[in-house]
Ligand binder design. Structure first.
Ligand code: NAP
Length: 302
């Protein structure tokens, strides 16, 4: 049996539009409704036929939903929840896909007291945004971390987990605070480092900057993919997951200082040992099916 008959997605960008495409592909009888704050995005969504109905208001989108999934920037979640409160059926489950979970859980709980809330985070994405950039297979073979509050109804948690499994994700359950710490290391810190390196290059003198672009295949260009990610999304992630990010940044700064010392004092063993450990991590990621084994990220060299 399908976990839900009527699913509403609010926010029709990369993740929201991918979710609609994936549900339609895997569960074609589910009735899909979508809404986005932007009239232009709504028009594109209608043109792409992303859902059975694209509504002009958030209230109209949720009136008969079994499940509402918020796919808006992290710091917009609370406002959207407030805006839909009066039209939301009491038995509907509310979920979201935000990249940090503790602050969102607090915002949704405050806005929707008594409602079943089952937050989730699909660890899948690209550097692109908007409805045209989504695709149905985005979540296949990727993890979706479900972070329900301690007192969540177990049936609601299972139904949301089953929806993600049906569209190809592997589901893991985690406490929201622990999720935020784990993602601070695996996602938020790497983005911060990429934004820093690419920002430094853009501050260089014009002549040097053109050389940075010209010789970017030396490593720089791999950071630029991450640093091209959506500015609104990432501003919200860092402000929302401030404590965990600052804690991991402190650890990172200490490790960077240790590397600086090793270079200054010609400690080749320290460098070699670290680079050997990091190479093993790349191999584990490939072995776990979380990246393509092709060298150089599968770029063609013809
Ligand atoms: P996106 O492509 O920019 O889409 C977000 C959409 O939400 C935009 O169309 C935006 O419209 C709309 N929106 C903003 N405020 C709204 C509101 N109050 N009501 C209704 N719609 C609103 O972003 P995304 O990459 O899909 O990210 C959406 C969520 O997924 C974020 O919470 C993010 O943390 C999470 N996530 C992202 C990734 C990733 O790799 N991108 C991965 C996992 C989870 P405007 O453009 O007009 O503002």
């Amino acid at each position: 049996m399908l976990p839900f008959a009527r699913v509403t997605v609010i926010g029709l960008g990369l993740i929201g539009s991918s979710l609609l495409r994936a549900i339609r592909a895997e569960m074609p009888t589910v009735r899909l409704t979508g809404h986005d704050a932007s009239a232009e995005v709504r028009d594109i969504a209608r043109h792409l036929d992303l859902a059975d109905d694209i509504t002009d208001t958030v209230g109209a989108a949720v009136t008969d939903a079994d499940l509402v999934i918020l796919c808006v920037p992290v710091r917009a979640m609370g406002d959207v929840a407030e805006a839909m409160r009066d039209d939301l059926p009491g038995e509907a489950i509310v979920s979201d896909v935000g990249s940090c979970k503790a602050e969102i859980l607090a915002a949704l709980t405050a806005a929707l007291p008594g409602q079943a809330i089952v937050p989730a985070h699909p660890v899948a994405g690209t550097e692109n945004s908007g409805p045209e950039s989504g695709f149905a297979s985005l979540f296949k073979g990727r993890w979706c971390i479900v972070t329900p509050p301690a007192d969540a109804d177990s049936t609601a948690v299972e139904r949301v987990s089953e929806l993600w499994r049906r569209i190809g994700a592997n589901v893991e359950r985690m406490d929201a605070a622990h999720h935020d710490l784990v993602l601070a290391v695996t996602s938020h810190l790497p983005h911060l480092i990429a934004y820093t390196i690419v920002g430094t290059a853009s501050d260089l003198e014009d002549v040097t900057r053109s050389e940075v672009i010209k010789y970017s295949a030396g490593g720089f260009r791999d950071f630029t993919r991450i640093a091209a990610s959506d500015p609104t999304m990432w501003r919200d992630v860092f402000l929302s997951n401030k404590d965990a990010v600052l804690e991991m940044l402190q650890r990172f700064s200490e490790d960077l200082s240790a590397l600086q010392r090793a270079i200054r004092w010609n400690d080749g063993d320290a460098l070699f040992n670290l680079f050997t450990r990091t190479r093993a991590i790349r191999r584990s990621i490939i072995e776990e099916g979380q990246d393509d084994p092709a060298p150089d990220f599968g770029r063609t060299h013809s």
